[in-house]
Design a protein around this ligand. Structure first.
Ligand code: MG
Length: 366
């Protein structure tokens, strides 16, 4: 090529980039996706046939990272406002260096301190991108041994005794069940479960017991029923009652609704034995990692939980699961249209982490 041809080719190449285009082909896509539940899902807080989640994807240099966030109604979050919050951050996301994800996420946490599921969707997409670019699964990025992944419980939502027993039978693969309680029917629910299985149980009252004496009586009875611990027995705003309950309870208490962020943990040390960390509560994998480490520093037990989510969020949480004592990562098992295959559960109920780069997600036909 002579000099004139070279100049002509260079000019043509420049002209091929439209005004305003990002030369490294960065893309940031946002959407709301509806996940359909296999069974109507009922807790003391809500009942529904589907959940809407925020979906994100971040593409740069030929690699796409995927993320998802399930907004939590308890904290006044919803998918539409979460999506709008991320949309307002578009210019910053497009112009930031994704390798400096810590700085980008710190700025976004400062701006969007009300939409943590949206922040989680962003964080997961970036971490998936980083893991894929490095060519390593995310558990390796965090220095974890996938063989240390715990078993996961399988959750049984509130239902009548017959349907509860059907769900327990369907959960044959899982060695420990998590039973949703928090109503006057708790004793009947546990009796129905105990009529069909001897497995260890964990129970979650979702703030359902309002009186500390009633709560203590329930827990004393549950301790005779092969229950290992009780999650969030009373409302988060009754912290003094929770402290009294913790002092008198024969079973460990685990905080869920009481704890969203690492900064909540010091005030909970004398009210709970441990905390339930969820990416959708705290704002993603990096925030969850910090929260787990703070809880450990205070000598508290740690648990990773999830909302109703696809395998995207559940796999992101699972990559951190070798760090924790307990896992309740079954949100993807409760839906019928999971777009992804990621973490799986073996015949003993143990989480099996994908060893592909990043989150290690593969698309399904759903
Ligand atoms: Mg809970």
């Amino acid at each position: 090529m002579n000099r004139r041809d070279l100049l002509r080719a260079a000019a043509a190449a420049t002209a091929a980039i439209p005004a305003g285009a990002i030369p490294n082909q960065t893309r940031f896509d946002l959407d709301i996706r509806r996940l359909n539940l296999r069974h109507k899902w009922t807790t003391v807080m809500s009942s529904s046939d589907y959940r809407d989640v925020i979906y994100t994807s971040y593409t740069r240099d030929g690699v796409t990272g995927h993320g998802e966030g399930a907004p939590i109604v308890r904290y006044q979050e919803d998918a539409k406002s979460g999506l709008r919050a991320l949309e307002r951050e578009r210019a910053r996301v497009m112009s930031s260096n994704p390798w400096e994800f810590e700085k980008l996420m710190a700025l976004m946490f400062h701006d969007i301190n009300y939409a943590y599921a949206a922040l989680s969707a962003m964080d997961i997409a970036l971490m998936d991108w980083v893991g894929q670019k490095l060519g390593i699964p995310l558990y390796r990025y965090f220095g974890l041994d996938p063989k240390d992944a715990p078993i996961t419980t399988f959750s049984i939502g509130i239902d009548d005794p017959d349907k509860t027993q059907d769900k327990v039978r369907e959960a044959a693969q899982y060695p420990v069940l998590k039973i949703k309680v928090g109503l006057d029917s708790d004793e009947a629910t546990i009796a129905a479960v105990r009529a069909v299985t001897n497995k260890p149980l964990r129970v979650d009252a979702n703030e359902g017991w309002k009186d500390k004496n009633v709560a203590l009586k329930k827990i004393q009875w549950l301790a005779t029923q092969g229950v290992q611990f009780v999650e969030q027995p009373m409302p988060a705003d009754q912290l003094d009652d929770l402290r009294w309950l913790h002092k008198n309870s024969p079973l460990p208490l685990i905080a869920d609704e009481s704890v969203r962020h690492a900064s909540d943990i010091p005030a909970l040390r004398d009210a709970f034995s441990g905390i339930n960390v969820k990416l959708d509560k705290c704002g993603g994998m990096m925030a969850a990692y910090r929260e787990i480490q703070v809880a450990k520093a205070f000598g508290m037990k740690t648990m990773l939980g999830c909302m109703v989510s696809s395998s995207c969020t559940v796999t992101a949480a699972a990559h951190l699961s070798p760090l924790v004592d307990y896992a309740d990562l079954d949100g993807n098992l409760l839906i019928s249209n999971d777009p992804w295959r990621g973490v799986t559960v073996d015949g003993m109920g143990k989480l099996v982490l994908p060893d592909r780069p990043g989150l290690g997600l593969q698309r399904t036909t759903a």
